[in-house]
Write a protein that binds this ligand. Structure first.
Ligand code: IMP
Ligand code: MG
Length: 197
């Protein structure tokens, strides 16, 4: 690679991170917590047939890292829901865009979420999954915003409690961007310009 193309690459990287305002949870902190949750899950499900259900798209990053810290045979499935559209506020409307590929009856289901904000998405999903009669149903969420949560949800495996601010990174997006940041951060106001209505 020539010096010129390295410079171009670095300027692209700087541009990518220039929208970031403040890092709330560093990459190292996220990884340490994921490892801790993985250890607890390994312990709790040691004799059980575990099915990890990820809520797309946000949870794909947590799923990938968490699953590699669960030292048990397990299966994966995914659901895709939409609750926000292009806005940063909870609408309360949950739409299933993709349902599970397999039956969960008599399976030990662990629902993996990136973040619980109002809790409406999760409350809806739990009710929906419970009706399919799994052997057990628990929740793992990397983050929770307790101050804005509107429904009571028992999160067995919880990573971090954060203040009621909009965050991106580690799977979380704004307008489909920033999911690949290895940390959790807030965006500068300019980053929302022209997109939030
Ligand atoms: P809830 O229904 O209000 O709990 O929202 C849940 C979903 O909204 C999460 O699974 C995320 O996809 C999204 N969400 C909530 N808060 C944030 C945030 O701060 N940044 C990005 N996405 C968020
Ligand atoms: Mg989500």
């Amino acid at each position: 690679m020539t010096a010129g193309s390295t410079d171009t690459l670095l300027s692209h990287v700087a541009e990518f991170e220039q929208d970031i305002d403040r890092i709330l949870i560093s990459g190292d902190e996220v990884q340490a917590k994921i490892r801790e949750l993985g250890d607890r899950i390994t312990e709790d499900y040691r004799d059980k047939d575990l099915l990890l259900v990820g809520v797309l798209k946000g949870a794909f990053v947590v799923m990938a890292d968490l699953s590699r810290h669960i030292r048990l045979p397990l299966r994966f499935d995914f659901m895709a829901v939409s609750s926000y559209g292009a806005s940063t506020k909870t609408s309360g409307v949950v739409r299933i865009l993709k349902d599970l590929d397999h039956d969960v009856e008599n399976k030990h289901v662990l629902l993996v979420e990136d973040i619980v904000d109002s809790g409406l998405t999760l409350a809806y999903l739990l009710k929906n999954l419970r009706a399919r009669r799994p052997a057990s149903l628990e929740v793992c969420a990397l983050m929770q915003k307790p101050e804005v949560q509107r429904v009571d949800i028992d999160i067995r495996y919880k990573g971090f409690e954060i203040p009621p601010v909009f965050v991106v990174g580690y799977g979380l997006d704004f307008a489909e961007k920033y999911r690949n940041l290895p940390y959790v951060a807030t965006l500068k106001p300019e980053a929302y310009e022209g997109l939030v209505g």
